[in-house]
Design a protein around this ligand. Structure first.
Ligand SMILES: Cc1cc2nc3c(=O)[nH]c(=O)nc-3n(C[C@H](O)[C@H](O)[C@H](O)COP(=O)(O)OP(=O)(O)OC[C@H]3O[C@@H](n4cnc5c(N)ncnc54)[C@H](O)[C@@H]3O)c2cc1C
Length: 428
C-alpha cells in the first residue's frame, strides 16, 4: 500500500445539516457499526451462532477495512508482548490460529515467515529476558532464545547480542480477509449500509441509529447494537450515554518502502526490543505479502483521526485531543519520546537509522521514495494512562468495543467471540 492509496475519508467529516426527514433503512435484530476487521468478524460470529438473525453492518466509508484494518503492518502476531492473563495475551494466541485457518480456507495470501526481536545493547538483555518469560507464559508457539550466530542463520542481515525467535509469527493480506468476510456475510443475507456514518444512538423500545448516508439523513433501528468504530469508538460510546473515559487519541505511523530486490533484505520480520512502558513495538523491518519490505512505523500524535497525511487537520479532532486531560498528562510524561518521534517523522535518515541498529546493511539508496501510513486509535484515560488492553463495555442495549489496538487485527476472530459472549451474557 503506498501513499497514493491514502485519501480524505470524507464520510467522517460529513455533518448532519439537512432538515429533511431521515429515510428509514429498516429494522434489524442486531446492527454492527464499523466494517473494520473486528466489526466484520463480529457480524460473522453473530451469524454463525444464530443463522436466522436479521443483521446489518453500518459503515461510514464506501469500502470495508478503510482505516486501521487496511493501514497496518500486516503482521499476524505471536503473542509475545502482552501481560499474561490480559485479553490481548489470550486472544492474540487464539486469534492467530483462527486467522491462519481462515486465510487457508479462503485462499488469502499469508505466510508464517517468522520474526526475531533483537537486543543490540547489553542494557536490553534484561528486557529481552522479561519478554521471553511473557511469551512463554502466553504460550507463543515455538518461541526460542537465540544467540548472534543463530540469529544470522535465521536473518542473515540482522545483528545483535541475542534475540527471541517466534517462527509462527507471519504476514497476511488483512484487506483481503475483510473482503472475504464481507462476501460471506452478503451471501448469507447480511445488509451492508456503506458510506453511512452513525451520528446518534437513542435507546427507547429499540435502539435508533441516526446516520448520514450518501444521499442524506437515514435511520436504522435494532434490538441491540455492537459498535466497533476504531478511531471513533469513544464518540459513539459518548453518544449512547457512556462514560467519556477513555478517549481516543490518534497516533500516526509511517512506513518507508524499500526498492524491490531479487533477495529481500529480511526473510521475515526483525523487531527491536520495545520500551515496556509504551504500547508501541518500535520501528521494525518487515516483508509485506506483496513482496515489498517496509521500515516503520513511527508513532506521532496527529491533528486528525484520519490523518494519513501530516498536513491533514480536523478542528474537532484537535479540540477533542487538546481538551482531554489525559493528553496533557501523556505529553508531560512522554515529551522526550514525542520530540524523537517528531524528528523521525520529518527525517527519513533518522527513521532508517532506527532500523540500521539491527539491520546495519540498510542504506538511504535502498529506499524507493514511497511511504505508507496508518493512524492508531490509542485510548488514553483521563489520568494519562495509555490503555493497553482491549476494552469492551455495555451501555443499555449497546455494546461498545472501546479499545482495540494492535494486535486486534491478529485477534479479530477471537476478539469477536469475546465480544459476542459478553453481548449474549447481557441478553440472557
Ligand atoms: C500503523 C498500524 C500498524 C498496525 N499493525 C498491526 C499488525 O501488524 N497486526 C495487528 O494485529 N494489528 C495491527 N494494528 C492494529 C490493527 O490494525 C487494529 O487494531 C484493527 O485493525 C482494529 O480493527 P477495528 O475493526 O477495531 O477498527 P478499524 O479497522 O479502524 O475499523 C473501524 C471502522 O468503524 C468505522 N466507523 C467509525 N465510526 C463510525 C460511525 N460513526 N458510523 C459508521 N462507521 C463508523 C470506520 O470508518 C472504520 O471503518 C496496527 C494498527 C496501525 C494503525
Amino acid at each position: 500500500m503506498d501513499a497514493s492509496r491514502t485519501r480524505d475519508h470524507a464520510p467522517h467529516n460529513v455533518r448532519m445539516e439537512s432538515s429533511a426527514a431521515p429515510r428509514d433503512l429498516g429494522r434489524f435484530d442486531v446492527v454492527v457499526v464499523g466494517a473494520g476487521l473486528i466489526g466484520l468478524a463480529t457480524a460473522r460470529e453473530l451469524l454463525t451462532r444464530r443463522p436466522g438473525l436479521r443483521l446489518a453492518v453500518v459503515e461510514a466509508e464506501e469500502e470495508v477495512a478503510a482505516h486501521q484494518s487496511g493501514h497496518n503492518s500486516g503482521v499476524v502476531h505471536g503473542g509475545i508482548y502482552y501481560e499474561p492473563g490480559s485479553l490481548k495475551a489470550r486472544l492474540c494466541v487464539e486469534g492467530a490460529a483462527l486467522m491462519y485457518e481462515y486465510a487457508a480456507e479462503h485462499a488469502i495470501a499469508h505466510e508464517r515467515c517468522g520474526k526475531v526481536v533483537v537486543a543490540v545493547r547489553p542494557a536490553e538483555l534484561g528486557r529481552l529476558d522479561a519478554l521471553e518469560q511473557r511469551g512463554r507464559a502466553n504460550g507463543v508457539p515455538g518461541l526460542r532464545r537465540v544467540g548472534p550466530s543463530e540469529l544470522r542463520e535465521i536473518e542473515p542481515n540482522a545483528t545483535g547480542l541475542a534475540a527471541l525467535h517466534a517462527p509462527g509469527t507471519g504476514i497476511i493480506d488483512y484487506p483481503g480477509v475483510a473482503r472475504a468476510i464481507r462476501a460471506e456475510l452478503e451471501t448469507a443475507g447480511v445488509v451492508f449500509h456503506l458510506g453511512t456514518r452513525v451520528t446518534g444512538l437513542t435507546e427507547a423500545v429499540r435502539v435508533v441509529l441516526d446516520a448520514v448516508g450518501p444521499h442524506g439523513p437515514v435511520r436504522v433501528s435494532a434490538e441491540r447494537v455492537i459498535t466497533c468504530a476504531g478511531l471513533w469508538a469513544d464518540r459513539l460510546a459518548r453518544r449512547s450515554g457512556a462514560d467519556p473515559d477513555p478517549q481516543i487519541v490518534p497516533f500516526r505511523g509511517v512506513y518507508l518502502r524499500l526498492r524491490a530486490t531479487p533477495t529481500p533484505v529480511v526473510r521475515g520480520m526483525v523487531y527491536p526490543v520495545p520500551d515496556p512502558t509504551l504500547p508501541f513495538l518500535g520501528v521494525h523491518v518487515h516483508r509485506h505479502v506483496d513482496g515489498h519490505v517496509m521500515i516503520g512505523p513511527s508513532a506521532m500524535l496527529v491533528p486528525s483521526r484520519d490523518g494519513y497525511r501530516l498536513s491533514h487537520v480536523r478542528g474537532r479532532d484537535v479540540v477533542e485531543t487538546l481538551t482531554w486531560p489525559g493528553t496533557w498528562r501523556v505529553a508531560r510524561r512522554w515529551w522526550r519520546t514525542g520530540i524523537e518521534e517528531m524528528a523521525m517523522a520529518s527525517s527519513q535518515r533518522r527513521h532508517l537509522a532506527a532500523a540500521r541498529a539491527y539491520v546495519p546493511s540498510l542504506a538511504a539508496e535502498d529506499l524507493d521514495g514511497s511511504f505508507h501510513s496508518g493512524v492508531r486509535a490509542q485510548a488514553v484515560a483521563r489520568d494519562g494512562t495509555l490503555v493497553d488492553d482491549f476494552v469492551i463495555s455495555t451501555q443499555g442495549a449497546v455494546t461498545h468495543l472501546r479499545n482495540a489496538p494492535s494486535p486486534a487485527a491478529t485477534s479479530a476472530f477471537a476478539l469477536a467471540r469475546e465480544l459476542v459472549d459478553r453481548f449474549e451474557d447481557r441478553q440472557s
